[in-house]
Write a protein that binds this ligand. Structure first.
Ligand SMILES: Nc1ncnc2c1ncn2[C@@H]1O[C@H](COP(=O)(O)OP(=O)(O)O)[C@@H](O)[C@H]1O
Ligand SMILES: [Mg+2]
Length: 348
């Protein structure tokens, strides 16, 4: 996916901002100039929500009644105009080529974006939720139809959790005839999701070590270990946890309980790696994601230089430019960065 124009109106700090993007773009400016906001605008157009997961209303400039982000994008079947509007009083409206997008999934499955920021160290050191979220968006943009599977899983999980929560006071709610059909569905859908995630992790693991070695400047042994949320080949093998599930009032197995462990030279990166190493590992994971996307992705890199020396950041941007179109932000431009990165200065 490529972007050629972006227009923001009353979007966070920006009253009115527009840019034409020919190739790769670097947004340069001091803290608070609105650089991250521009990446947020692009991310909204690709997947209909903020990459920092802030509520839509927070994107509307203080005092304004409506925010707009409009962009000309292109993916494999041609050029498209995406328009996203949020009015706190009304909600969010997205148009694709003039038609209302009623299912956000249609947009997510059509577009292709890889986003990276310092928060990506959470993939390595944060709660497993971050790695699950990364794998699931990655999977959905790689394979059509997966989002529907994930939505269905979430519905079944809610139903099963509701029964388990009731089961504490009302044993009938967790009687086999009532609970089993939900358990069976959770198991089937959950296994399908985990198969996809395992395949992605395996594919990424074939790419990450070489990319990490390029960034680090030396060879390294990097492993990505998916810790499955369903640790049994059969549903019967999970019955033993039912009592604990009833006591806790929610499902204790399923892809929503999975995690990802990253190891560097045989040691847990979470426990032992430096912050710079963690950021480099996360960059390597995102570059691997970019290489594995179905469509050439738009690569949004927030705070490219943060926590990296000039050589590493130059490698990061060079590797992303091989993956797809880059839009990056930084407080300043390093001389070691590729010439092909066109600079747009934002004043404070
Ligand atoms: N809804 C909003 N309305 C007005 N200003 C906002 C809003 N949300 C954030 N800001 C302001 O935008 C600025 C941050 O913009 P940001 O894009 O993160 O800057 P940068 O990435 O260049 O440091 C901050 O000064 C913040 O107060
Ligand atoms: Mg920023």
């Amino acid at each position: 996916m490529r972007v050629s124009t972006l227009l923001l109106r009353d979007f966070r700090i920006h009253r009115a901002f527009d840019v034409r993007i020919g190739g790769h773009l670097l947004l340069v400016g001091p803290n608070g100039a609105g650089k991250t906001s521009i990446l947020e605008g692009l991310h909204m157009l690709a997947v209909g929500r903020s990459f920092r997961r802030v509520p839509d209303e927070h994107l509307v400039r203080h005092g304004a009644a409506l925010m707009e982000a409009v962009g000309d994008l292109a993916w494999s079947d041609g050029s498209h105009r995406v328009e996203c509007r949020v009015a706190p009083a009304v909600g969010k409206r997205i148009h694709l080529d003039g038609r209302v997008v009623s299912r956000l999934g249609d947009l997510v499955e059509a577009t292709s974006v890889v986003t990276t920021s310092v928060d990506d160290v959470l993939l390595v050191e944060g709660s497993p939720w971050h790695a699950r979220r990364w794998l699931d968006l990655f999977a959905c943009q790689r394979e059509r139809g997966l989002l529907a599977l994930m939505v269905r899983y979430a519905q079944v999980l809610r139903q099963r959790n509701a029964l388990l929560a009731r089961g504490r006071d009302d044993p009938k709610a967790v009687a086999p005839g009532v609970l089993e059909p939900w358990s069976a569905q959770l198991f089937e859908l959950g296994k399908e999701i985990e198969e996809r995630r395992i395949a992605l992790v395996r594919a990424a693991e074939r790419i990450v070590p070489a990319v990490y070695a390029t960034l680090a400047g030396h060879e390294a042994d990097v492993r990505l270990v998916y810790e499955a949320g369903i640790r049994s080949d059969t549903l019967a093998g999970l019955r033993g946890v039912l009592q604990r599930e009833v006591a806790r009032g929610h499902s204790l197995w399923g892809p929503h309980r999975a995690g990802l462990e990253v190891t560097l030279n045989g040691a847990s990166a979470r426990a032992f790696s430096s912050r710079g190493e963690k950021r480099s590992l996360a960059f390597a994971m995102k570059i691997a994601q970019g290489r594995l996307m179905r469509e050439t992705p738009l690569c949004l890199i927030d705070d490219l230089a943060l926590e990296l020396d000039a050589r590493r950041s130059a490698e990061v941007v060079r590797l992303f430019m091989e993956v797809g179109q880059v839009v990056a932000t930084s407080a300043r431009r390093e001389s070691a960065w590729p010439e092909a990165l066109e600079v747009r200065n934002l004043d404070g």
